[in-house]
Design a protein around this ligand. Structure first.
Ligand code: GLU
Length: 312
C-alpha cells in the first residue's frame, strides 16, 4: 500500500495519455453523502489534473430501490457543487429522455445483448436459489459475502423457471494493479462463486451492468472507494468474457468512516449533502470538509478549481 504522496507521484505514469475517460456512477437509492463527495473529488480532481474526461452515469439498475426524486436530488447536488461532467451533463437526464445512454434503466437491451452473447457460449445458466438458500449453503462470517456453492450449475434448471442467471467463473486467479494498493491477486471463484448477473426479480445486477456500461462508455480509468475492491477481479473476468481487450487503470481510494469505524450510508442522514445544504453549508465548505476528512488537504474551504491541485 502506498501513501498519498507515493500514489499521487505515480499518477502520471499510471494513467493513459490525455483524452482518457473515467466515470462518476452513483446509484439513486438515497441522497449523496460525504463519501460520494470524496469519490467525486478524486474522479474530477484526477481527471482535470491529467487530461481525463468525466462521464456521469446513473446506476439505477435495481428498480426496486431507486427513486426519481433521488436521481433529481443527486443531479441538483452536482450542479450546486459545480461538478460538471464532460459527457452526459446533468441536464441531459431530464426524465423524458427514455433512451438515455447513461441511465441504466434505459439500457436493458444493452444488458440483454451482453447476456445473450455469454449464453451463446454456454457460460451462463439459470439459477433457482434464493439469497437465503445461498447463505444457508455457504457458511460465512457476518459481513462477509457468501460464496455461491454452484448448486444450479449442473442442475439444468429450465430457463423459464427463474429469471436469475449466473456466469460460470473459471478457477483462475486474476492479477491486477491498483494505483494506490499495488499488485493484487483475487480468485473470484472462491470469493463469490459463479456470478449472479440477473436476479430472480429480473433486475440486472450491479456487477453485470457496471461492466457492460464501462465497456459501452469506453471507460479507461476506474476511480472508486475501496469497498468495491473485492469486486474488481470478477469484473475483470466478466469484461474479458464480454470481449474487452482495452486496458483499464484502477484506483481504489480510502473510505470515510464514522468514528466507530462503520461505513457512511445513505440510510444515516448525518452526512447527507442535502441536509448540510439545508443547514446552510456552502459548496466550498463541503468540498473542504470532505477533502479534510479524506486526508487530502488541511484547508477549510476548497473550490472545484482547486481539486486538480490535490492530486499533483
Ligand atoms: N454505483 C456504484 C455505487 O454507487 C459505483 C459503481 C462503481 O464505481 O463501480 O457504489
Amino acid at each position: 500500500m502506498h501513501t498519498l504522496a507515493d500514489w499521487r507521484a505515480a499518477l502520471p505514469r499510471a494513467l493513459p495519455s490525455a483524452g482518457w475517460r473515467t466515470r462518476f456512477a452513483p446509484a439513486p437509492t438515497g441522497f449523496l453523502h460525504l463519501g460520494h463527495l470524496v469519490n467525486a473529488m478524486h474522479v474530477w480532481g484526477i481527471a482535470r489534473a491529467y487530461g481525463g474526461q468525466v462521464v456521469l452515469r446513473l446506476e439505477d439498475h435495481d428498480q426496486t430501490r431507486c427513486r426519481p426524486e433521488y436521481e433529481q436530488a443527486l443531479l441538483d447536488d452536482l450542479d450546486w457543487l459545480g461538478l460538471a461532467p464532460d459527457l452526459f451533463p446533468t441536464t441531459s437526464f431530464a426524465r423524458d429522455t427514455a433512451q438515455h445512454p447513461a441511465r441504466q434503466s434505459n439500457q436493458l437491451d444493452r444488458y440483454d445483448a451482453a447476456m445473450r452473447s455469454l449464453e451463446a457460449r454456454g457460460l451462463v445458466y439459470p439459477c433457482r436459489c434464493t439469497r437465503k438458500d445461498v447463505a444457508r449453503r455457504a457458511p460465512h462470517a457476518p459481513g462477509e459475502e457468501p460464496c455461491y456453492p454452484g448448486t444450479c450449475r449442473e442442475a439444468r434448471v429450465p430457463p423459464n423457471e427463474s429469471f436469475a442467471r449466473r456466469l460460470r467463473l473459471p478457477l483462475d486467479p486474476v492479477t491486477f494493479h491498483d494505483i494506490r494498493l499495488g499488485p493484487l491477486t483475487q480468485v473470484p471463484a472462491q470469493q463469490c462463486g459463479d456470478l449472479l448477473i440477473r436476479d430472480r426479480h429480473s433486475q440486472w445486477t450491479y456487477q453485470f451492468s457496471v461492466v457492460a456500461d464501462d465497456m459501452a462508455h469506453a471507460i479507461d480509468v476506474i476511480i472508486r472507494g475501496e469497498d468495491l475492491l473485492a469486486s474488481t477481479g470478477r469484473q475483470l473476468q466478466l469484461a474479458a468474457h464480454l470481449g474487452r481487450t482495452a486496458p483499464v487503470s484502477l484506483l481504489h481510494h480510502t473510505l470515510l468512516l464514522h468514528a466507530d469505524g462503520s461505513k457512511l450510508s445513505k440510510a444515516t442522514h448525518d452526512t447527507a449533502l442535502r441536509d448540510m445544504r439545508t443547514a446552510g453549508a456552502r459548496p466550498g465548505e463541503l468540498l473542504g470538509l470532505a477533502a479534510r476528512r479524506a486526508g487530502l488537504t488541511t484547508a477549510s474551504t476548497l473550490a472545484v478549481d482547486d481539486l486538480p491541485q490535490l492530486f499533483v
